[in-house]
Design a binder for this molecule. Structure first.
Ligand SMILES: Cc1cc2nc3c(=O)[nH]c(=O)nc-3n(C[C@H](O)[C@H](O)[C@H](O)COP(=O)(O)OP(=O)(O)OC[C@H]3O[C@@H](n4cnc5c(N)ncnc54)[C@H](O)[C@@H]3O)c2cc1C
Length: 384
């Protein structure tokens, strides 16, 4: 994908992003609006990353359909949307992170079941890894799927799961045996007995509606176990790692969109700068550009090899830090009462805090980055 194409793609996305603007604050106040208006003003199928056969209205750039299947396409388009409302991007109906697991693990029947289910009408999905007492560390996972006659029973609690209370189908990671190879991904319909999901009260990216899932003896079958035809080394843990590596550049682009939006607001609203403030703005401009290049390099790396998350970790660290820094300092630059006078700044400030936690905190990214460095996996970013 050459630079001209990506520039055109960005311009198209920017035009669509304007559709999110009138309702961004309403969605922040009332996340249920993301359901009563699926797509939040956007044609949701266009941005959901659906397979070609299920997507009658793809984004078109220079006459060419753009299906948002590659990480590179996603980071360019979603950054522009996040510049208006990161919450809306995360609240779009569609496969979201589940598509990566389905692509890596599902057999033909499971794939057909998943895509037919979620494309017939606006349908949300979830990716449930994190648990209340063990976080997202898979080694402490307590959710289990155990044999019961011809089928299985699913038991456990998941917390901080995006869109789950509004989803009709999703992926639950559960333990079938000990150790990393004992973790499997289960495709779960939310209308099964014993399955409940409730929204949590949150402050950032509220439209995403983080939820808690409870599963008490939920009956599932062999057909629901993703990757059942694969070896144990190519099941739940393997697919989850590849999903994180593919979606950390996406989280990075959302953080970058929020950082850019806060910068834009300062430049629009502030009248006159001290010398030190001018230097600060120049520094931000350079770091926004540099971070954008790093996010793109991470996306290219994820497309080429989703098994390597080194650059994705670097991009997430840098973009998250920039979003926190610019939103916080923007409040100071726009003076006392800035959060009241500019409700969108108040939202940006709260949204920026979410990215630290999504798909692993900064310390976990530092560990991944250090491991990649020690194993000489850091490519020359200038060439990417
Ligand atoms: C907006 C949002 C959306 C989310 N969506 C989802 C979702 O859809 N599905 C899902 O499953 N989860 C989701 N989560 C949960 C998120 O993935 C986890 O909260 C995140 O991965 C952090 O994991 P944790 O809570 O286990 O914290 P931990 O990883 O336990 O971290 C706790 C603290 O310990 C530090 N720490 C941890 N390990 C180390 C270490 N080895 N060395 C040094 N310090 C360490 C961390 O930096 C942090 O400060 C979401 C969270 C948010 C905020």
């Amino acid at each position: 994908m050459n630079t001209d194409f990506l520039t055109d793609l960005r311009a198209h996305a920017r035009a669509y992003a304007d559709l999110l603007r009138p309702t961004a604050l309403d969605r922040d106040r009332n996340p249920d609006l993301a359901v009563s208006s699926p797509g939040c003003g956007l044609p949701w199928r266009t941005f959901a990353g659906l397979p070609a056969e299920y997507n009658p209205e793809p984004l078109r750039v220079d006459g060419r359909p753009v299906l948002l299947h590659s990480c590179v396409e996603r980071v360019v388009v979603l950054e522009e949307l996040a510049r208006v409302d990161a919450g809306a991007v995360l609240a779009l109906p569609g496969p979201s992170m589940s598509s990566s697991v389905i692509g890596d693990l599902a057999d033909d029947d499971q794939r057909q079941r998943f895509w037919e289910r979620i494309t017939a009408e606006p349908t949300w999905t979830f990716f449930a890894m994190t648990e209340p007492t063990h976080g997202s560390d898979p080694s402490g996972m307590r959710t289990t799927v155990r044999r019961d006659g011809d089928g299985f029973l699913l038991n456990g609690t998941k917390r901080y799961i995006g869109n789950a209370a509004r989803s009709r189908i999703g992926i639950v990671f559960a333990r079938r045996g000990a150790g990393p190879l004992g973790m499997v991904a289960v495709l779960v319909d939310t209308d099964l007995p014993g399955f409940t999901a409730a929204p949590l009260s949150t402050r950032g990216v509220r439209a995403l509606q983080l939820s808690e899932l409870r599963m008490a003896e939920v009956p599932v079958t062999e057909d629901d176990i993703l990757g059942r035809h694969r070896s144990a080394t190519r099941q739940g843990m393997w697919a989850a790692t590849r999903t994180f590596n593919r979606y950390r550049p996406v989280v990075s682009c959302l953080a970058l969109g929020v950082a850019q939006a806060a910068y834009d607001l300062v430049v629009t609203e502030r009248r006159g700068y001290r010398v030190a403030e001018r230097h600060l703005l120049t520094d931000w401009e350079q770091r926004l550009t540099g971070t954008r290049a790093l996010v793109l390099a991470a996306a290219r790396s994820a497309d080429a090899n989703p098994g390597d998350g080194t650059l994705a970790a670097a991009a997430k660290l840098r973009a998250t830090r920039l979003a926190e820094e610019i939103t916080t300092t923007a409040v100071r630059l726009l003076g006392p009462g800035a959060r009241w006078e500019h409700p969108i700044l108040d939202k940006l400030l709260r949204d920026a805090r979410a990215f630290e936690f999504m798909e692993g905190t900064g310390n976990v990214q530092r560990l991944t980055l250090a491991e990649g460095y020690l194993q000489r996996r850091l490519p020359d970013v200038r060439a990417a």
